[in-house]
Write a protein that binds this ligand. Structure first.
Ligand code: TRP
Length: 336
């Protein structure tokens, strides 16, 4: 039986943190066991907000190196850059004609941008470009072009995937019953929320993140900033309520976890030492990935080569779908 297709779009936004890794990157990579997995870097989506060409280019390399260092194997899965697959933009334009304007008006991201403007007493459309407004159409093109069955996304992107399904259904109704595969969002409920330095959810907006590829020394310094209560060294401590221990569990073996939990409960171990233990497992776990990351990011030609090969494979799939759609709507299939 043919495997179902999963597709993950990655917006380039700099080096991710530990929370992104455990919450998004690792679960997305695990999908390749069950699905025919496809991953791409959504650089045209980033263009809506990033207008510095140097920065955009850098961020694409960073995100590519991150996924490669995290275990993405371009020999086994499809990995490409959105802008290298022009079929996406042809399809996006076609989808525009099947997308009610009212649907775009209802998109959360657009609505909240308008709301922010109104609250600030500005023109409602201030700073909003057509790329942001039509963001869901481009995303639908990304998804539909690859006959995607499931799209693993966070809750914030669920509406966008539903819109892609709506748009696909509109084409299927109008020009061909089984023209496009109807995608479904796969919301990763079970993936753990990672706690940040202050015990709240790790998030850029709380400024409590631990960056994924910090050099050892900086990692150590960052971990020493973890907020603790005022329990003294001798006092027994409850590992289950300590966020130092919660972080520890992500990186330690079950055996290590059991041992350290006993030391917490026995007393005689201060928070400084608990942090040191955390640092050691974390550094051991992250060091190979970190080394890989810095080796990859130092060889941009190699990244270019990987993305180019990915694009060539992706375009073959894409041309097939696009040809089908162009024919169905009554324009010439592509000449090649
Ligand atoms: N909008 C997604 C985000 O902000 C990125 C993205 C673009 C995407 N195209 C996609 C995700 C297609 C899944 C499928 O994270």
């Amino acid at each position: 039986m043919q495997k179902k297709v999963s597709l993950t779009g990655i917006k380039p936004t700099g080096i991710p943190h530990i929370g992104n890794y455990f919450g998004a990157i690792r679960p997305a990579l695990e999908l390749s066991k069950e699905y025919e997995a496809r991953y791409f870097i959504a650089d045209y989506h980033a263009l809506n907000s990033v207008k510095d060409p140097h920065l955009l280019k850098e961020m694409v390399y960073e995100v590519a190196a991150t996924w490669l260092a995290s275990g993405l194997d371009p020999e086994k899965v499809l990995f490409y850059r959105q802008s290298d697959v022009p079929e996406t933009f042809d399809l996006a334009m076609i989808l525009m004609a099947f997308t009610p304007k009212g649907l775009m008006n209802r998109a959360h991201a657009y609505k909240s941008a308008v709301q922010e403007n109104e609250q600030a007493g500005k023109d409602p459309d201030d700073g909003i470009n057509m790329g942001l407004y039509t963001y869901p159409v481009l995303m639908a093109a990304d998804i539909l072009l690859f006959d995607t069955n499931v799209v693993p996304v966070g809750k914030d992107q669920k509406q966008h995937v539903e819109m892609a399904a709506d748009i696909a259904q509109s084409l299927n109704r109008t020009v061909g019953k089984n023209l496009l595969v109807i995608p479904e969002a796969k919301i990763s409920e079970s993936t753990q929320t990672v706690v940040g330095l202050d015990g709240r959810k790790m998030s850029k907006s709380y400024n409590n993140t631990i960056s994924l590829f910090l050099p050892s020394k900086k990692l150590h310094k960052t971990l020493m900033k973890i907020v603790t209560n005022s329990q003294g060294v001798e006092e027994p401590k409850d590992p289950e309520t300590s966020h130092i221990f919660t972080l520890y569990k992500l990186f330690a073996t079950p055996e290590q976890q059991k041992k350290l939990a006993q030391r917490y409960r026995a007393g005689g171990m201060g928070w400084g030492e608990a942090k040191q233990e955390l640092f050691e497992v974390m550094d051991t776990y992250l060091a190979p990935m970190r080394e890989k990351y810095y080796a990859i990011i130092d060889d941009k030609e190699h990244i270019d080569k990987i993305l180019k090969e990915g694009a060539e494979k992706a375009r073959q799939v894409a041309a097939h779908t696009l040809g089908r759609v162009r024919k169905a709507i009554g324009v010439n299939p592509l000449y090649r």
